[in-house]
Ligand binder design. Structure first.
Ligand SMILES: Cc1cc2nc3c(=O)[nH]c(=O)nc-3n(C[C@H](O)[C@H](O)[C@H](O)COP(=O)(O)OP(=O)(O)OC[C@H]3O[C@@H](n4cnc5c(N)ncnc54)[C@H](O)[C@@H]3O)c2cc1C
Length: 504
């Protein structure tokens, strides 16, 4: 930390205009924050990369009124794969308005988020490569190389969304411990003249996994004994045909590759997500093998967790510790991400008889034990993420659902919780007052905070965990801050709202 007074001319500078940086910028604009994105590239990355948009990510988009364009373009898959096993998890049983995996190339996801960013007034400065930073007591100075030469910007906060090789992370002195790659897979976006009915195959020769893509082409992902041990160089479509034929007995009529790439199993996580006025999100905070396609989804959820906390901090309305809760809540999610992708990498890139037996056993369990499949599906879909109260001893009476993501509950007068979250505010749900009747919780809006939305809704029927819940306070990111089973929740709600939200 350097001394001296620095006035922050910018509220927030974001390094990196990939999907996570742009989404975080949109979240901040919801609260009127002045945000500038510095991006090295002149144009967005043209490669498809992430395909899978998970149910929880669709909920995040819906909570900002942006899900329709994604639904209009993406392909809906009724289930997701775990480690390319031959049996699929069934997403249709999930408690979400989007019980499917949406397949959409990342280039389109970025374009849709980018268009929204432009519409809400995000300032994106392209050809600006962040090269360094200096932290001061009241600002952070960001250095960038630009076509006009070296430029310095003073900001209240700098967020590193600059990918797995993050300059911000290194310049802030944040460690990125983990493992270097030891195994590799290849992937290709191609045309298939003979696409098979089955979507994955695995045997002693290797593993192949297929996804249909919008526009009639396919993503083919593969690993075999050779690529698993040794990084393949210069793969061309002829070589891929040979590799696929070895596993599947056919080359599927593979031709016209649009993109061929190699991915490794390096797994690293930032040791902390905040250092002073610098924070990290997305691949800058966690990097791993893209098994199950979680990286982009977890990065967008990082942004969803950080945006409102940072906005409240800048507005001076944040309770103590709110910004630090970003690391406390999201670092464990990143740890779980690395654990899950490591487990799947092990299953996908080893083809020993023992590993094939394990794959067969797990596939059988997914296909025959709904509880097992559903538990994996809830994790893969992103809806199992929860933020239990930080200090269980300090919240001994917390309802067991505290910190979990709220389902899309109905409210009286039409609409659902996701539509109520569009303003980016806390929502206090009263689940006992009859339709049309005034809620006894309504006066809390005037007494505690004008930023609170109070709505009544029917009891959450069909959800056993919710059977006795009479009121719930939902955070701007859709997670539950507090729940009551009190028959008359007005008193407890007042205490909970006052403790949770700062007065404005
Ligand atoms: C082959 C492949 C398949 C994948 N499949 C999936 C999937 O199905 N589902 C999924 O969720 N994820 C998937 N992922 C992961 C996903 O692509 C990443 O998690 C996602 O791109 C992370 O977004 P980000 O914004 O954090 O980082 P990035 O997309 O890496 O964006 C970082 C941005 O920062 C810019 N930048 C870098 N350095 C600087 C600097 N110094 N100054 C200014 N700007 C800078 C870059 O130009 C870039 O635009 C896949 C990845 C790969 C490679």
């Amino acid at each position: 930390m350097l001394g001296g007074t620095h006035t922050a001319a910018h509220e927030v500078v974001i390094a990196g205009g990939g999907p996570v940086g742009l989404w975080l910028a949109c979240e901040l604009r919801l609260y009127g924050v002045d945000v500038t994105v510095l991006e090295t590239r002149t144009e967005p990355d043209p490669h498809s990369r992430a395909l899978a948009v998970h149910p929880r990510t669709l909920e995040l988009f819906a909570a900002r009124g942006l899900v329709e364009p994604f639904l209009a373009e993406g392909l809906r898959m009724p289930g997701g794969h775990f480690a390319a096993l031959t049996r699929r998890m069934d997403f249709s049983r999930l408690d979400t308005p989007y019980p499917f995996m949406l397949l959409l190339p990342q280039v389109r996801t970025e374009q849709l988020i980018g268009a929204h960013a432009e519409a809400v007034g995000v300032r994106v400065l392209r050809e600006h490569r962040v090269t360094g930073l200096a932290q001061h007591e009241d600002a952070v100075t960001v250095e960038a190389d630009t076509p006009a030469g070296r430029r310095r910007l003073d900001a209240a906060y700098l967020i590193g969304c600059d990918g797995s090789r993050s300059t911000v992370r290194a310049a802030a002195g944040i460690g990125f411990p983990g493992r270097a790659a030891t195994r590799w897979s290849w992937l290709a976006d191609v045309t298939l003249d003979a696409p098979p009915a089955m979507q994955s195959a695995s045997n002693e020769h290797g593993t192949v996994l297929l996804f249909p893509l919008p526009g009639g082409f396919h993503r083919v992902v593969g690993s075999d004994a050779r690529t698993a041990q040794e990084k393949p160089e210069d793969l061309d479509v002829e070589e891929l045909r040979t590799r696929v034929r070895r596993v599947m007995g056919t080359d599927l009529g593979m031709r016209d590759p649009r993109w061929i790439s190699i991915v490794g199993n390096a797994a690293r996580q930032a040791e902390r997500y905040r250092h002073g006025r610098v924070l990290l999100a997305g691949d800058a905070a966690h990097s791993h093998f893209p098994a199950g396609g979680p990286g982009l989804n977890v990065g967008l959820a990082d942004a969803g967790n950080l945006g409102w906390k940072l906005a409240q901090t800048l507005a001076g309305t944040a309770p103590d510790g709110l910004l630090d809760s970003y690391h406390a809540e999201r670092h464990p999610v990143g740890q779980e991400l690395l654990r899950s992708t490591s487990a799947q990498t092990g299953l996908m890139t080893s083809h020993t008889p023992e590993n094939l037996a394990l794959r067969g056993l797990l596939a059988e369990l997914i296909g025959t034990v709904p509880e097992f499949s559903d538990a994996l599906a809830r994790r893969a879909a992103g809806i199992a993420v929860g933020y239990p109260p930080a200090d269980a001893s300090g919240a001994p009476d917390a309802h067991p659902l505290t910190g979990t993501r709220a389902p899309d509950l109905a409210v009286h007068g039409g609409g659902t919780l996701l539509s109520l979250l569009r303003r980016g505010r806390y929502v206090l749900l009263d689940l006992t007052t009859a339709p049309g009747a005034p809620s006894p919780l309504a006066p809390l809006v005037h007494d505690t905070t004008p930023g609170l939305d109070v709505r009544t809704g029917p009891p959450a029927s069909g959800r056993p965990d919710w059977a006795r819940v009479t009121a719930a306070l939902v955070r701007p990111d859709g997670h539950l801050a507090w729940l009551s089973t009190d028959a008359d929740p007005a008193g407890p709600a007042r205490a909970a709202v006052t403790a949770t939200l700062a007065r404005r």
